[in-house]
Design a protein around this ligand. Sequence first.
Ligand code: ATP
Length: 605
Amino acid sequence: MPSSAVNALPGDNSKPKPEKKGSLEAFKAVFAYAKPHKLAFSGVFVCALLGISADLLQPYLVKIAIDDHLAIGKKDFDLIGIIAAVYLGISIISFIFTYLQNNLLQYAGQSIVAKIRNDLFGHISKLSMSYFDKVHRGSLVTNVSSDTETISQFFTQVLLSLIRDGMTLVLIIVFMFQLDATLAWYCLIALPVIGIVAFLFRRYLREAYQTTRSRLSRLIGFIAENLSGMGLIQAFRQEEEQTRRFTEHNQSYWEGNMREVRANVLFNRTFDFLGNAALVLVVWLGGMAVFHKQIEVGVLYAFTSYIRQFFAPINQITMQWNTFQSTMVSMDRIWSIFSTRPAVKEPAAEEAVHLPLEQVQGRVDFNHISFGYTSSQTVIPDLDLHIAAGEMIGVVGTTGAGKSTLISLLNRFYDVTRGSIEIDGIDIRRLPQSRIHRIVGLIQQEPYLFSGSILDNVRLFQKDISREKVVEACQFVGAHDMIMRMPGGYETPLTERGSGLSAGERQLISFARIVVFKPKILILDEATANLDSQTEQLVQDALQSVSKGRTTIVIAHRLSTVMHADRIIVMKHGRAVEQGTHDQLLARHGYYAELYRHAKQASGQ
Ligand SMILES: Nc1ncnc2c1ncn2[C@@H]1O[C@H](COP(=O)(O)OP(=O)(O)OP(=O)(O)O)[C@@H](O)[C@H]1O
């Protein structure tokens, strides 16, 4: 199969989908995650109400101290002392409830997002290969990591702001009207101005935010691609070119970030300015009113405090509106993943066949199948191939002949477009996928090893498989001595993708897996292609042992690997053009004989 292009940029699934209905559905779906935390959110609401009330009572207390005592020269030291003590008391109350409110909200928000992240990862790992062909992995990394983080901001910032700042605003207005209705009305004149400013900035900020997100997504994708293809990049001396391209992405992300920061700063400062302008208005109008003895000086003090506090929540709410918009973008993207159903579907309950593993014989029939990865390109036009239980089949053919595709179809990574594939006469579409993967064991050119111990890599983290069984399997494939030479033996931790081992050693470990899990059908897709001839011999010996009693399909470019197969299938343009034993095929002087001659010439024999 072609490996993904090292240099490709992430696909555009990072782009926002402004579809209204989808957004609403996404919102509802994400909100459903909040339901189990109703109690926590109610707690947040109560704490916020108490905290804010305590905050807003403070200027009112000072007003009482000024107007009822200081301004009229009343020397009641005890009462002033009491007011000071109450002030301190409500500061402590405000501190406690704000602390509780923040912790509760963070707890609920982080729990929701952890659950979404878990579900998302679980969902992605169940999607079919055709999905991964279309969607760029870098973008998926962004979806699982930073989009979920943005959703977390919704619960911990947006919701908090709506509750806390919304309530603050309402209470401030109530307090202001309580103090002086005329002055309060003058302050409210500021509201339409704020609305217009917020509206003008909003669109610009949203666009700036989306651009930055898309660029970040591309940057992450580029890094992910480069890391997975680092060997190739170095082998082809592409480091400088890749660094240049990275710099371009990085620069573009930096520019996007700067634009966003500039817009944010301008927006915040404009709000500060508006706040100060309103303060000037209050001082001027309120000062006049004090001179004309229409209001008391303490009221003016309280008003100047409230007007300062009045702008902060409005600013917060409008700022959170932008976060809310970006959350919607993230929700849309995550929802579009959640709403993607696997192209390869599990059989319906009434159609499913539960074939017990011990009853599997291993017969495989490809009944006139056809398949294409896209509707416009047919990779396998019509293939009719029947493999007897226990038979060893070699599949050869030039690059792009469709050999790996055949294997992907047998594993049901994709569904055939016509015909059927059967195992022991049962259409694989009627077998649960987990069952197919227990029946069919796949060993690829580059075996996938997980970060974990050798023991866990062989038994695939199934703790019910005993260590003895693993050791036995490793002895069987000839990997035991190699493992025992390692510092930690079977407990030696493997780094990601098993990079601490040689290609042959990695392959032997994947062979041991086969012995442990005993799949009835064994597929080797270029399993020995990366090995030197000595290691290949070792692996071939292991293969001889492992393939006994199993249907084995070996795909190889090197004809020597399949020469001893019971039958060799020669593929060309998705068709089986010849089949027979090595000797029979040579005797035909056809395509296989030609491939054999080329191979011999190439190896100089
Ligand atoms: N995931 C995919 N999406 C689209 N086209 C694909 C995909 N995988 C393979 N193809 C195309 O299908 C055709 C058959 O590919 P396949 O990998 O099966 O060939 P192959 O015989 O295994 O080749 P090789 O020996 O080089 O591995 C090729 O034209 C290839 O480009």
